[in-house]
Design a protein around this ligand. Structure first.
Ligand code: DGY
Length: 333
């Protein structure tokens, strides 16, 4: 009997062929609605593979409900929605989609930085609201980007790709990371500094670190107080890194000049979210990797990750690497 694989959101049929050859494939039929929890738990009960999205909580309850599960493949580079330690304990591989989305996400991060600095979304709304009566010298004047200092918190792949874009704007690049990134220092002229130094000096504080127990609410009241009053805060990583009440207060009290947010602590947010009352907040609905080309590559990579595990091979990208070592080359044993 073929193994069963469940896909938690409608994805293009064209990417599914390698899975359909080796597995019975079930799929939640809606693209714009997440799979309900009870359906997920029911499907997980018979699945050997789960193809998941960042919006699915694959926690201990789901893993406990899935006795046959061999692989959870997230269609994302981030995997904070998955209980990785519990999966490892149960010999379940957790896979993600790094690399294919790096440039696309860096493009969006820089677009958000530019839109926030130059008030692009606000200015577009100004015309649409029929408020453009006269040209005036300071109409919608924003902040320069070129020759300013960008401070990147999290110098992984996307951090480096964002720094590369910053070099084209003659920006000074500061970064803070768990460990020094010599490649970024040599190739991009990035300077390592402490988080405090970065917060004090950067004109643009850009959050690209993963959400972990150490980074949760890293951007706190104290962190926003350390920033320049002219600083713009950009978050294209995960909302959980930010204490949103602290960000609200920092914007209300003019402690920072604005924010560009692609992610929020609890998604999706509604139009009455407190942070949306500020005109100097540019908000996006978690679209960092959302180009057609990249989303197709992410879906294909997720398919390959599952097919490889079910075929007894190592996946292309695995989060719990210790499990691959434990299983050796025969990943399905
Ligand atoms: C990721 O890949 O982690 C993104 O946030 C989802 O597009």
């Amino acid at each position: 009997m073929k193994p069963y694989v469940y896909i938690t959101r409608k994805v293009p049929e064209s990417v599914l062929q390698p899975l359909q050859e080796i597995a019975e494939v079930g799929m939640w039929p809606h693209e714009d609605q997440p799979v309900p929890r009870d359906v997920l738990l029911k499907e997980a009960a018979r699945a050997e593979g789960l193809f998941t999205m960042v919006s699915d909580q694959i926690d201990a309850e789901v893993l406990n409900a899935a006795p046959k599960l061999k692989v959870v493949a997230n269609m994302a580079v981030g995997y904070d929605n998955i209980a990785v330690a519990e999966a490892t304990e149960k010999d379940i591989m957790v896979c993600n989609t790094p690399d294919v989305l790096t440039d696309t996400t860096a493009d969006l991060t820089f677009a958000l930085l530019m839109a926030s600095a130059r008030r692009v979304v606000e200015a577009s709304g100004y015309i649409r609201d029929n408020r453009w009566i006269n040209w005036s010298p300071l109409l919608l004047a924003g902040h320069d980007i070129h020759h300013k200092t960008i401070g990147i918190v999290g110098m992984g792949r996307i951090g480096q790709a964002t720094a590369k874009r910053a070099t084209g704007f003659d920006m000074k690049i500061l970064y803070h990371n768990r460990s020094r990134n010599e490649k970024a220092e040599q190739e991009l002229g990035a300077t390592y500094c402490s988080l405090d130094e970065l917060l004090e000096q950067a004109d643009f504080v850009v959050c690209l670190a993963p959400l972990t127990s150490e980074t949760k609410a890293l951007f706190s009241t104290e962190a926003f107080k350390e920033m320049k009053s002219s600083a713009i805060f950009i978050n294209a990583s995960r909302g959980g890194l930010v204490d949103e009440d602290a960000l609200y207060d920092a914007l209300k009290d003019g402690e920072i000049a604005g924010a560009g947010l692609d992610v929020f602590a609890s998604e999706p947010i509604k139009a009455d979210h407190p942070l949306l009352q500020f005109e100097n907040v540019t908000a996006l609905p978690h679209i960092g990797s959302a180009s057609l080309e990249t989303r197709m590559k992410m879906a294909e990579m997720t398919v390959t990750n599952i097919a490889n595990v079910l075929n007894g091979h190592a996946p292309v990208a695995v989060v719990n690497e210790d499990l691959v070592e434990k299983k050796g080359s025969n990943a399905s044993s």
